[in-house]
Design a binder for this molecule. Structure first.
Ligand code: ATP
Ligand code: MG
Length: 580
């Protein structure tokens, strides 16, 4: 995990209760002295990130990834990437590939002690089956032959206890026989089910004889048609954790009520000698809710399928592939996750915190460049026709060692339309007839007037320049002007498509309380302009990031940029302009 910055105390406000738990486990030596099946010593902290390969990862998953891999890094442990692939119908290899890619891109890997710790729950199918047989033999599980309707009716409710299945006390031999015939494919889907035998009157519904195995005649993306029975998530998860010697199993709050069953499964199997102590422990943390975004896989799918966005990696999407294409850096996401911390209280994190992390990361790194997004022509009438003069500017204002960038000035330039007003408003210091401004890194000019079309729209601005005012020359000090505007030479500018992205929704909680999130779509979330850029930007490679002075942070789109012809995405503006 070499390219991951060490977390520091730079932001003590970000609390993380899991660290406290790990520290006390380390102090008590709870997980000390463990060895794996080959006799190799095991780290005391082993975490895992366990996605189901049924969709694209989103910013919420980034929190879980940074938490799990970050703890392993900080406590000299290791973190496993495990695919929880027990739902054959919903899972695909495409999702496995994009998840691997996203976790890597975020800056993490699963190498430790020279080994890859990439696992698939489906690899445990034989062991899970064997353990289920043990549970039946030990009287902890039975095959139920009720219909789904009967089972639902007998489950009871929060107010009422459930009723025991008439099959609950069938002999273990009979359950074992049925279970092996379920596996052999003798029954149709739903005809029988294997259930844990716990307590149909438990106030915790998850302990009312939860299902362990169901029949599904379905093709699995890894095991093919080998199995027609599949283990349930709540049964698979604790066992996978234990088989991988996970110490701290972190999941989101909705699994809190599942923890008693997690512990029940592990205890029964440890009693039977199938699992080693100390057993893993589950801890729950609050999921990330981000304002102006949605993080439900189902709703994100809807945005893609209905063509509201241009795919999973649309730069407006809160998916990791979307956030990456938008231009966010892995470091900015790690910084964001550190800043938001980890707690047990559900809350909403403001989008401005994500954008702030990006600005803080890129301000120090991104080379500066000039871009005119809404062009208006400026003609320097006293500049010799056909001539050019080289201007130069620092690549980064705080890093002179990074050198300069050069670009020519000539008689005709593009400037921002907003940098000229025929009749200036109060406090306006940029171009208006009679006013002087500096063309940044170039000359001081004095505005003389403008040309208009038949409708009265300004089509060109005129000015004269002062030949002894060039930035960086001695004469420049003699000119004191209040306005400083950017420009590019029309004959040399790189014309490029620039996509100005903004938040996808106008409502901070677009889907809260079951609201229709499509009613809150921001119509201005994507604006495409044809801009004029500093000529050197023609060399930008996909994923090169820049600060376009005065405009914000931009990236060369990783999909649509062509050699010599980059397309740029706005990642974020220079300042937070929302909520103002
Ligand atoms: P679903 O279960 O609906 O398919 P999921 O979001 O739970 O979706 P998983 O692939 O099961 O997706 O999630 C992998 C891990 O990421 C889990 O440990 C889960 O708790 C965690 N996770 C998912 N969403 C968030 C979130 N918004 N904030 C923090 N962690 C999350
Ligand atoms: Mg899940």
């Amino acid at each position: 995990m070499s390219n991951v910055p060490k977390s520091t105390d730079a932001n003590p406000a970000a609390s993380n209760f899991v660290r406290g738990i790990i520290e006390s486990d380390l102090a008590s030596g709870h997980y000390a002295g463990r060895h794996d099946a080959q006799g190799q010593p095991l780290p005391q902290v082993i975490t895992r990130f366990p996605p189901e390969p049924n969709g694209y990862l989103h910013i919420g998953h980034a929190k879980s990834i940074c938490l799990n891999f970050g703890l392993a890094r900080d406590f000299a442990g290791r973190c496993h990437l495990r695919f929880d692939d027990t739902n054959p119908e919903k899972e695909e290899q495409e999702y496995v590939d994009t998840i691997i890619d996203s976790v890597r891109w975020l800056g993490f890997d699963w190498q430790s002690d020279g080994r890859e710790h990439l696992y698939y729950a489906s690899d445990y199918f034989p062991k899970l089956y064997e353990m289920a047989q043990y549970l039946i033999r030990a009287g902890h599980a039975y095959v139920d032959s009720q219909t789904a309707e009967e089972m639902a009716a007998n489950r009871g409710s929060f107010a009422e206890p459930g009723k025991n299945s008439p099959y609950r006390d069938r002999p273990a031999e009979e359950s074992l026989d049925l279970f092996s015939r379920m596996k052999a494919g003798e029954f149709r889907d739903g005809q029988h089910i294997l259930r844990a035998k716990i307590d149909m009157a438990s106030p915790n519904m998850n302990l009312r004889d939860p299902a362990i195995y169901r029949i599904r005649h379905a093709h699995h993306h890894r095991t093919g048609d080998e199995w027609c029975i599949y283990p349930m998530y709540d049964y698979t998860h604790p066992i996978s954790d234990a088989l991988e010697n996970i110490s701290h199993s972190l999941c989101t709050l909705e699994f809190q009520d599942h923890r008693p069953f997690y512990d029940w499964v592990l205890e029964r199997l440890a009693e039977g000698g199938y699992l080693q102590r100390p057993l893993p422990h589950q801890y729950e943390f609050a999921r990330l809710n981000l304002t102006y975004a949605i993080t439900s896989k189902r709703k994100l799918l809807q945005l893609v399928e209905e063509g509201i966005v241009d795919g999973w990696d649309d730069p407006r999407m809160p998916t990791i592939v979307g956030i990456r294409r938008r231009g966010y850096t892995p470091e900015s996401l790690q910084l964001f996750c550190e800043r938001i911390g980890v707690s047990k209280a559900d809350s909403w994190i403001d989008m401005s915190i994500l954008e702030g992390a990006l600005r803080d990361d890129l301000d120090a790194k991104a080379p500066r460049a000039t871009a005119v997004l809404n062009p208006l022509k400026l003609i320097i009438d006293n500049f010799p026709e056909g001539e050019t003069v080289e201007c130069s500017a620092p690549v980064h204002p705080h890093h002179p060692e990074r050198g300069n960038r050069n670009f020519p000035i000539s008689r005709e330039l593009w400037i921002e339309a907003e940098d000229f007003m025929e009749t200036p408003s109060k406090g306006y210091f940029r171009l208006f007839p009679g006013n002087k401004v500096r063309l940044r890194y170039g000359y001081v000019v004095e505005c003389t007037g403008c040309d208009k079309d038949a409708n009265g729209n300004v089509v060109a601005v005129h000015c004269n320049y002062f030949a002894d005012s060039k930035s960086g020359t001695e004469g420049s000090a003699n000119y004191k002007v209040k306005g400083n505007i950017h420009w590019v030479s029309t004959a040399h500018a790189l014309q490029a498509e620039v996509r100005l992205y903004d938040r996808l929704f106008t409502d901070p909680q677009p889907d809260a309380g079951g609201r229709d999130f499509k009613a809150a779509l921001n119509p201005d979330a994507k604006t495409v302009v044809s801009a004029y850029l500093e000529p050197g930007l023609a060399a930008a490679l996909p994923e090169d990031r820049f600060q376009f002075e005065r405009h914000g942070y931009f990236v060369a789109d990783r999909v649509d940029s062509k050699p010599g012809k980059p397309v740029f995405n706005r990642i974020a503006t220079l300042k937070d302009s929302w909520g103002k």
